[in-house]
Design a protein around this ligand. Structure first.
Ligand code: DAH
Length: 430
């Protein structure tokens, strides 16, 4: 999210879902309650009931769920790493609330004020101070400040996105951090660790941060890359091809993405890098250096188990869940699709108002259509120059997981969507 969203523009503050029932009215103040905490609604609020419903489902901790199985595999890999003295290196945190402050999600991680990822169109805000975390990296600084050197964070993350078989507004991430003092870093690598430094007066370059001694950067980098390559091998087998691609994240430098070759295509599986020293300095770990990474679990699980559609992770259908009932998370599982019922496509066209955001419409469709909506696609944009009006045509693909979707049923939902779009998003139906 931190590299690819530069094209989005800022748009006006607005709360189109204020009237929703999950928000309660206390006196004149509206609040949203999440996990027992109330948050005042303000012009930044854009969480929808369909999203709030997902909070607390914790697929990453549900026994036998594929997201939990893959998390266990990765966790086992990290548990098997020991210090020289035989202590396990990593602790795991999987129960942090997904409600975080904007400070945790952005400021602590040096995300600039005007960075596009802060846009309302991209993230779910409870109000102008709290949001649903857009990445597990949001907890990184808190754990470092608490004195931890090596840890994993697993959790659900929330991003406003298009709707299709590989995008869903809630998914799961696993982040990892490892910090080193001079001893940890050099002891296992060289015979005279005392001759080496973590810090010196090296200038900033594409290869290192200002103040990081070259030998320290290279050693951190080597530990990071070899750890993650080993992890990829554990997940996908020893024949897996990998490649490192230079990347940018505000919280690391240098930064990379790891790609794996999967069915003849390069697939990006994680982002990582050397933690910005400024973050460590602010968190009481200024005498250390370290690496961090973060990755999405759905994407890995889809490849590993051959799961064709991201919505299946939310399915309660036993035909899906039963295929993952294995006590050993390292078992080889290939998902076998069960009978798929035919889709039903309905097109909806409307004139859009000036401040229209596509993601508002996608959220609305998902709120009303739920999991029956397989895909929403903008199939036509038409501008009537004379009247300075633009029209969008969306194709909504419905598919019921358990039975044939009747056209009348799809029509009825589309009608509701059309009605809400015109009252809440100010579109004019064509
Ligand atoms: N948080 C990033 C994302 O969601 C992934 C990431 C990149 C996490 C680099 C990290 C990191 O901890 O060091 O796109």
């Amino acid at each position: 999210m931190f590299i690819k969203r530069f094209l989005l523009t800022q748009y006006g503050l607005r709360c189109y879902l204020c009237q929703h029932r999950s928000k309660s009215t206390v006196g004149h103040q509206k609040t949203t309650t999440v996990l027992g905490q109330s948050y005042e609604v303000d012009p930044w609020t854009n969480v929808s009931p369909a999203i709030l419903e997902k909070i607390g489902m914790n697929l990453h901790s549900q026994k036998y769920h594929p997201i939990c199985l893959i998390r266990q595999r990765i966790q086992d890999f990290f548990y098997k790493r020991f210090t020289k003295r035989g202590n396990p290196i990593f602790s795991v945190f999987d129960n942090e609330s997904p409600v975080v402050s904007l400070k945790q999600n952005f400021d602590n991680l040096l995300v600039p004020e005007n960075h596009p990822s802060r846009n309302q169109a991209d993230s779910y805000y409870l109000n102008s101070a709290y949001m649903l975390r857009a990445h597990c990296t949001a907890h990184q600084q808190d754990f470092i400040r608490a004195g931890l050197n090596s840890f994993l964070i697993v959790g659900d993350v929330y991003r406003r996105d298009t709707v299709d078989s590989s995008h869903y507004p809630v998914f799961h991430q696993l982040d990892g951090v490892r910090l080193f003092d001079k001893h940890d870093l050099f002891e296992e690598r060289v015979s005279q660790p005392d001759a080496l430094q973590l810090f010196d007066d090296t200038k900033h370059s594409a290869l290192n941060q200002a103040g990081h001694a070259i030998e320290a950067t290279l050693a951190v980098q080597h530990d990071l890359k070899s750890t993650l390559e080993d992890m990829a091998t554990i997940l996908f087998g020893k024949d897996i091809e990998t490649q490192w691609v230079d990347a940018y994240f505000p919280f690391t430098h240098p930064s990379w993405e790891l790609e794996i070759k999967y069915q003849d295509k390069w697939l990006e599986v994680l982002g990582c890098g050397v933690i910005q020293q400024q973050i460590l300095n602010k968190s009481g770990a200024g005498s250390k250096v370290g690496w961090a990474f973060g990755m999405g679990l759905e994407r890995l699980a889809m490849k590993l188990y051959d799961i064709p559609d991201i919505r299946l992770f939310w399915s309660k259908d036993q035909r899906f869940l039963d295929q993952f009932r294995v006590d050993d998370p390292h078992s080889n599982i290939q998902f076998k699709p069960f009978s798929i019922h035919p889709p039903c496509d309905i097109d909806l066209s409307f004139w859009i108002p000036e401040m229209f955001q596509e993601n508002d419409f996608y959220d609305l469709v998902r709120s009303l259509g739920g999991n029956i909506v397989e895909k929403v696609e903008l199939i036509d944009v038409y501008t009537y120059t004379k009247l300075k009006r633009t029209s969008h045509c969306y194709r909504i693909t419905y598919r019921h997981p358990d039975r044939v979707m009747e056209k009348v049923e799809a029509d009825a939902i589309t009608k509701k969507i059309a009605a809400e779009a015109s009252t809440k998003l100010n579109v004019k139906l064509r």
